[in-house]
Write a new protein. Sequence first.
Length: 206
Amino acid sequence: MITSHGSRRTSSHSSLSCPPVQSTSKVPDKPNLVLDYPHESEAELAEYLETYRTKMVPYFPIVCIAAEMTMIQLKQERPFLYLVIRTICSKNLRRQAALILQVKKVLGRQMLLEGEKSLDLFLGVLVFASWSHLYICDKPIVSTIMQLGISLAFDLGLMRPLPSGPVNPMRYSITRGYTTPQDGKPLSRTMEERRAAVGLYLVSSV
């Protein structure tokens, strides 16, 4: 349509085909929750471990921690389990949200990218699946976590019976975190491994 001034009026139909004008305002970046959260003091970490031993283990006596073990020792020997205990026992919501994200990132990196198979990961998965559904995770991920636990148990050999006779270590391939054969002696499972296998059955059956 031509206006009285000789200029063409743009119809509403043609205006729809024009690209939208981008806003010049910048949306602020979300904070890095994994790094930006209040860290615990040594006293708080000790309290977490005591809380786990006295208030959580009695209701799920599968992943037990010796009374003489400190949180520092647990971090050195079982770093993922240490992270999970910090997560489920945290009293700071901001910290807990950051630790949940960190647990997921560790599982994704170590299991899916690096292919790690260790008893530490398996124990941490059991504890996280046992307690995270109560008040931690806002999305239903327990079934996914349990599938990771089942995969770890299978790779660690906890889902199959042990050989009854002596094993030649030169011909027997075994994954990390599992009791290794020595001098041709029969394989054996530790009590920790046995409890973990029972715990997997309990958690996956609920």
